[in-house]
Design a protein around this ligand. Sequence first.
Ligand code: GLU
Length: 220
Amino acid sequence: MCGIVGYTGPHPALNNLIEGLRRLEYRGYDSAGIALGTSNKLFVEKRAGKLSNLEAAIKDVPDANSGIGHTRWATHGGPTDRNAHPHLDNEGKLAVIHNGIIENYVELRKELEKRGHKFTSETDTESVAHLLSDARKANNGDLAAAMRDVCKELRGSFTLLAIHADEPDRIVGARRNSPLVVGVGEGENFLASDVAAFISHTKKALELGQDEVADITSKS
Ligand code: GLU
């Protein structure tokens, strides 16, 4: 179990993510991490331990109006900085956070390594970052289509959120046997594992169906 939050809207994403993570920290405190979308680049910071360790590490934050944040309850791979989420693809342009367990991650990892992907963590989650990277290319840069395809390859339970530097205002999510709620605000949208993450911003919450893909931007 872990805490997941995504934000896209007119306000600085960092404040909304940290506030959301603080409300979700009861769900996991092995590590915390964020990825912020800025044009053509992601700003990523992650730290083992409590959210306060992450907050102390965050410096020189660029302007960013979208991003994803995670607090971890480790299942695969120890509670280290390297195993903290987000996990990135090899280009460093796509970031993923995950709640749950990818049961077929060993097979997936072997296959991805054969295709040349380099892994930097011991988690089950990192396979998803590499899979999404390839699937996004196969879908002409469409991250939501990539998420739909990747979900078909995954076994287990998950909530996933992803962001790509080429479309920094867009956050894509999916779920299977694990919670994910969409928070619809005024010109701003949230995705989270629990409404507590965004309840002070909007009370309009939609629950996502099994294997349904959520696709939010600040305009949607
Ligand atoms: N299985 C993933 C990990 O160990 C996610 C754990 C979680 O739900 O926090 O990193």
